[in-house]
Design a protein around this ligand. Sequence first.
Ligand code: NAP
Ligand code: MG
Length: 339
Amino acid sequence: MKVYYDKDADFNIIKDKIVTIVGYGSQGHAHAANLKDSGVKSVNIALKENSLSISKAKSAGFNVISIDEASKNSDILMLATPDEIQGKLYKHHIHNTLKSGSALAFAHGLNIHYGLIEPREDIDVFMIAPKGPGHTVRSEYQKGGGVPSLISIYQNKSGNAFEIALAYGSGLGAGRSGMIETTFREECETDLFGEQVVLCGGLTELITAGYETLVDAGYAPEMAYFECLHEVKLIVDLLYEGGIANMRYSISNTAEYGDYVSGKRIINQETRKEMKKILSDIQSGKFTRDWMMECEVNQPHFKAMRNKSKKHSIEVIGKKLRDMMPWIGKNKLVDTKKN
Ligand code: NAP
Ligand code: MG
């Protein structure tokens, strides 16, 4: 496996290019701001008419253009909109107008890997996929660090696609922590698996189930919240800093013994079997097909699940408790009015 750093990249390659980020959400705002701060002279944001993001991008000082204009004029066009709309966006606003010889860039391999976008042959196609949320891509960069990213080339028309991708990743801050060379397939399948099984699906369900078990047994919801949600960050900080052994060094022997004997009762053979099934659904394309079908009918289940979980008592009690800890809200990573 090859890892590339800033020293391997020539940032000058993209300094004078016209770079347009389509979408100004989690990844979009971070790519735009980091590239601009790194010294790319022309960074534009492309948005649809009436987009709620227009005012956010303008207040941050960016030039906002239409997607059709961006497609005609950009040297690098990064698609940073939700994955589920990229196929139609590409078909209707990009495929026919994209400047020949330019580069189409992705922050995730899904649309290319599952064939939802079949790019024209006269362009470069690359991916810089940060291994972290967009808001962290920005906050780490501002601290002088960077979020490690995966780098891959799908099409190398210019013969320089890899050098352009390295320069883009370097501007994003990824070259400070490492750009790992991979394929669209590997990035996409491992990313979907990680977020479903461990990082998002696995973790939120674990937290919620632990919280509900304590509350149902008559313990105070405040106590359950601190124990099962708030403390996750404290433990994750130790894992992030030095791995599992580092975390176990810091916790008590009692906690460590409980970790060994009870952890395996929670993540048991059944859970592992289910993990394999989830991985096959990702590999066969079933997950993506189901998700795209859900999007075709305007996401009714998705929206219902989102609304239901927002009303869960862990969210209600959490808000109350966090309001008592105002320092948590200072320098928030997510400020929905701005990014
Ligand atoms: P996001 O925050 O959901 O993107 C929202 C932005 O896209 C908003 O500016 C939104 O404008 C705009 N948008 C929505 N529909 C649009 C349309 N039809 N035309 C133009 N703009 C439109 O997206 P994201 O989570 O950053 O994901 C972007 C890409 O990065 C995806 O490929 C994703 O897989 C990848 N990625 C994301 C993360 C992450 O941290 N989220 C991590 C790694 C990779 P409005 O304000 O008008 O809705
Ligand atoms: Mg991910």
